[in-house]
Design a protein around this ligand. Structure first.
Ligand code: FAD
Ligand code: DLZ
Ligand code: SF4
Length: 512
């Protein structure tokens, strides 16, 4: 008797662990579109369209290789509605004797899988996901016993492990990190290359119709879907990035501009996280461009650091800290997520731009996620539970392993400094420096207090003031608390009063 080989929606890689050593004469591969996964949060419509279409295309690719595939479509009469239900049903249907899976990306799914052996009364093997460069145990070994975990040191280990951008045991160019060169704002007259887009084929068109019918109440626009849904097209996105954007990726990595959602980023997060691309191949291709074509080191190193540094680091940290990480709320932030996070209807232009683009594309680039949306959530004191759910819903690349550490750790400081050494809080001046959003805003970024002052300005000080008992002892916050101490008392009092008024308005869902 053969094995049931389960492939989840984010495991669409031909040599994913669960498919290694497959016996095509006896084994059956299961892919299932199930209600429980598609609606445990109300994922953005484009995220579901992308995943269901990519799953359907992947099933064709497997069949082309001669694999037996059971593909459960969302509207099939005998759809069991959950991964566990599907596994049980297909095990009996095909008279199979064991289940082979790849380690999932979410603790919730792993906990469920771990109950299957007992429930199904057959062996269930969960294999390590070897698409990641660092295995869960590798991270734990690296982290155990360390007083402080810092991505930069983990990243250096990854560079050494892969011999990536290394010369005679030393980092290429003599430095590990060229971030200091990567903080330019976008010049006025620069052509941002076109975003690589694909017209939906018949498979994708059918999925769009399905999602519009079955998930009509989910967040986000379904029209103008243009993402790749096959490995070949995802590779095309990567190649075009390398040809057209990589050289300036570093320079404008932190820049934002009105009407420019794509900038010089790669837009491959959703392909990496679903398995259409793998981190190793992406890293090797980009490294090769450095050596073969002389792409700038600040761009190449900066990009590779995101992929083998941050991406691997947050995944390691997620499994190191789960369960429990999702409940952390170091700053005891309690404010509910404002309604405008769903509509984009706010007079704060930076937030309105980033939310509207998120609604349209299920995408926002890193600095929009971190320094506009995340920064606001931090300084306004929004509750981590609701902020995490929002981020998990709205981005096509979001799975808990990567979303949670970025939100609770990097953005909200909810883990008390495990991921970030200090909160990434900033006033409107940062947004004004890195974008042109302030130019067409209702509020004035130059004003610190008053009805037309930029809310980020007084919320920044309100945040520092109300959290001083928890943050003052952080050595990286010393200077800013000194500045606060030297501020004229009535100036600080005015900002705190404006902050109070604004937060009351937010709590009452009034227009802001
Ligand atoms: P690029 O800017 O071109 O970067 C290249 C790749 O590096 C990305 O595709 C991604 O795989 C990786 N990467 C870069 N930064 C990070 C990071 N901080 N953590 C993990 N990988 C990173 N990324 C997700 O993949 N899923 C998420 O759910 C997610 N949620 C985020 C939430 C917040 C609050 C923040 C601040 C960041 C989040 N990120 C998330 C990280 C990052 O913003 C996205 O990976 C990136 O914007 C994806 O766009 P891109 O492919 O154009 O990335
Ligand atoms: C996100 C998602 C969605 C929308 N739908 C499915 C699905 O129908 N079937 C499936 O196998 N997985 C889906 N996923 C991904 C899971 O929710 C989960 O995040 C990952 O499988 C964890 O590895
Ligand atoms: Fe955002 Fe303030 Fe600038 Fe308006 S003025 S865009 S609210 S930072």
């Amino acid at each position: 008797m053969g094995a049931l080989r389960l492939v989840l929606a984010d495991q669409l890689t031909l040599n994913v662990a669960a498919l290694q050593g497959i016996d095509v004469s006896t084994d059956v591969v299961l892919l299932a579109e199930v209600h429980s996964e598609a609606s445990y949060v109300k994922h953005h419509k484009k995220k579901i369209i992308f995943l269901f279409s990519a799953m359907r295309h992947f099933a064709h690719a497997l069949r082309d290789k001669g694999y037996q595939v059971h593909y459960t479509q969302y509207t099939d009469d005998d759809n069991q509605g959950s991964l566990g239900g599907e596994v049980a049903k297909r095990l009996t249907q095909y008279d199979l004797s064991e289940v082979i899976c790849t380690h999932p990306g979410e603790y919730r799914v792993l906990a469920d899988m771990q109950t299957w052996t007992k429930q199904l009364d057959c062996p269930v093997t969960i294999r390590d996901d070897d698409r990641f460069i660092a295995q869960i145990e590798d991270f734990a070994k690296w982290a155990d016993g360390k007083k402080q975990l810092r991505m930069e040191f983990f990243y250096r280990e990854m560079r050494k492990k892969l011999s990536c951008l290394m010369q005679d045991g030393q980092p290429e160019g003599g430095k590990w990190n060229y971030d200091a060169q990567n903080r330019k704002s976008l010049p006025k007259h620069i052509d941002v290359p076109q975003h690589t887009q694909f017209a939906p084929d018949t498979i994708t068109q059918a999925v769009i119709a399905l999602v519009e019918k079955e998930f009509a109440d989910h967040f986000g626009d379904s029209d103008n879907f243009h993402y790749a849904t096959t490995r070949a097209d995802a590779l095309r996105v990567l190649d075009v990035f390398i040809e057209e954007r990589l050289a300036l990726f570093g320079d404008y990595q932190d820049a934002m501009a009105e009407g420019q959602p794509w900038m010089f980023h790669s837009h491959i997060g959703l392909y990496l996280n679903s398995g259409l691309l793998t981190p190793l191949e992406v890293t090797q291709k980009v490294e090769q461009v450095f050596y073969a074509q002389g792409a700038p080191l600040n761009a190449v190193e900066g990009f590779i650091r995101q992929v083998i540094g941050w991406r691997e680091y947050v995944r390691g940290l997620y499994w190191y800290k789960m369960p429990g990480y999702e409940q952390e709320n170091f700053l005891e932030a309690q404010l509910a997520l404002p309604e405008f996070f769903w509509t984009g209807k706010t007079k704060m232009n930076c937030l309105s731009q980033c939310i509207t683009e998120t609604k349209e594309n299920a995408y926002a680039h890193h600095i929009q996620r971190l320094m506009v949306l995340g920064n606001f959530a931090l300084i306004a004191g929004l509750t981590p539970e609701e902020v995490n759910e929002w981020y998990l819903i709205v981005y096509a690349d979001a799975y808990e392993w990567v979303e949670l550490p970025n939100v609770s750790g990097m953005v909200l400081f909810a883990d008390g400094g495990v991921l970030a050494s200090k909160p990434y809080a900033a006033s409107g001046a940062y947004i004004n420096k890195m974008s042109n959003y302030c130019k067409s805003c209702h509020y004035s970024v130059k004003e610190k207090t008053g009805q037309t002052a930029c809310p980020f300005n007084y919320l920044y000080w309100h945040f520092l003031h109300r959290n001083q008992a928890l943050l003052r002892s952080n050595h990286r916050m010393g200077m800013i608390y000194n500045t606060m101490g030297k501020m004229a008392p009535d100036k600080l009092a005015d900002m705190l009063a404006d902050g109070d008024t604004f937060l009351l308005k937010l709590a009452g869902n009034e227009d802001v």
